[in-house]
Ligand binder design. Structure first.
Ligand SMILES: Cc1ncc(COP(=O)(O)O)c(C=O)c1O
Length: 394
């Protein structure tokens, strides 16, 4: 059997139609398959590879740390310098209240940890989340996922969860002194890039403060420069009580984090002790890679170029088959008639060497979430192929 057949046979499948491209190398904006075909990456491993694939600084940091030490002990016992350095660097680039970092292995684990922390700190149980939100696939994250189709197959789930309408003022009134936390993506990604109104986020922040409810912002997908600022919340002039990071956080290595004030985080230390445990969270190699990745993001000043690149995409993506383009920085959703049309365009793009995708809760939308290093020329090339794909629909 060849690798593709072995993949289908022995690697657990989550869909009956995986892309099943066999990628043998990735560098910068590109990937190459086993036949030597080159692909321009427009989705960055779903918002992971913000500084491109295999950045030399990240590769070097991984090599060096792997040769020094890897796993030593479960989270939180030993002083491990890569972890300390990354927590220090992150908090230096965050508002003062977000000064304590709990590193996890994935985004969904950060979500789980944050929900536990909010319940423990407030002594409350109610969790408010939003329709069309995606926070991960473990049972707690699934409980707050904003789509009944995905939730329903796995009931019973977490109790005392409410799903309200994102960006709707009516929702704010539902937050009470019973509410442990409100959890929202700062910009909803899988809904097809829905950015909230500034007034709404301000009202949400205000109501949470009034009721002693913790505001959790999920920037697992939209953080770390993706939306055109280091943190998406900066553009709205609000600060969450807990910030969730993942995806690009590890520079290409698996990683997540929930970040809060030290006083809040302290709740995990007692009654019971070890309130949140992970064997591998904050793995030294992942921390070294993540730190090198974030330093590169800032040193190469990649965020400064995001707005102009977004504008170029918007300018080029004009076609009668496009119903709308929604964007926030280099996170764009190109809305077509329906999923079959979108799938046709996606297949055309991939056949012509451009990797793109659809969104979980917006299957009619084509995903454009490239590494932030994409050049003007690469944007023009990608758009030319997308537009040719759209011509196939006419
Ligand atoms: C906004 C958001 N939150 C949480 C997650 C879950 O992250 P992970 O897949 O690393 O568990 C994702 C993943 O796509 C996400 O987009």
């Amino acid at each position: 059997m060849n690798n593709r057949q072995l993949f289908l046979q022995h690697v657990a499948q989550t869909s009956d139609a995986p892309l099943a491209l066999e990628i043998v190398k990735a560098q910068g904006m590109y990937m190459w398959d086993a036949d030597g075909k080159q692909y321009l990456d427009l989705i960055a491993g779903i918002s992971v590879c913000n500084i491109g694939h295999c950045h030399p600084a990240v590769v070097e940091a991984i090599r060096e740390q792997a040769g020094t030490y890897m796993h030593l002990l479960v989270y939180g016992e030993f002083v491990q310098s890569p972890q300390v350095a990354y927590a220090k660097y992150l908090t230096e680039h965050l508002p003062a209240n977000l000064n304590s970092v709990y590193f996890t292995n994935s985004g969904t684990e950060a979500v789980e940890g944050a929900m536990k922390l909010a319940k423990r700190y407030t002594g409350r149980t109610e969790i408010i989340a939003f329709k069309n939100s995606y926070h991960g696939s473990t049972q707690g994250s699934l409980s707050i996922m904003g789509d009944e189709n995905w939730r329903n197959a796995y009931r019973p789930l977490l109790p005392d969860v409410q799903h309200l309408t994102h960006n709707a003022m009516e929702a704010i009134g539902q937050i009470t002194h019973r509410t442990a936390c409100v959890i929202a993506e700062t910009v909803q990604a899988e809904a097809g890039v829905l950015a909230p109104q500034r007034e709404w986020l301000h009202a949400l922040r205000k109501k949470c403060t009034e009721t002693g409810t913790l505001l959790i912002l999920d920037e697992i997908q939209c953080g770390l420069g993706r939306n055109g600022s280091l943190w998406a919340f900066e553009q709205y002039d609000i600060v969450p009580d807990i910030l969730l990071l993942g995806k690009a956080l590890g520079g290409g290595m698996p990683m997540g984090a929930f970040i809060a004030n030290r006083e809040v985080m302290w709740s995990l230390t007692h009654q019971p002790v070890l309130g949140h445990i992970t064997t591998f969270g904050g793995h030294p190699v992942a921390c070294a890679a993540g730190l090198a990745g974030m330093q590169t993001l800032l040193a190469e000043n990649l965020i400064a170029g995001v707005a102009a690149k977004e504008q170029l995409f918007l300018q080029l993506l004009q076609h009668p088959k496009i119903k709308a383009v929604r964007s926030k920085g280099l996170m764009l959703a190109v809305e077509l008639e329906d999923f079959p049309s979108n799938k046709k365009v996606i297949d055309y793009c991939i056949a012509n060497g451009v990797i793109t995708d659809w969104f979980l809760f917006a299957p009619q939308c084509l995903r454009i979430v490239p590494p932030l290093i994409i050049t003007e020329e690469e944007i023009r090339t990608a758009c030319k192929i997308i537009l040719a794909g759209l011509d196939q629909l006419v």
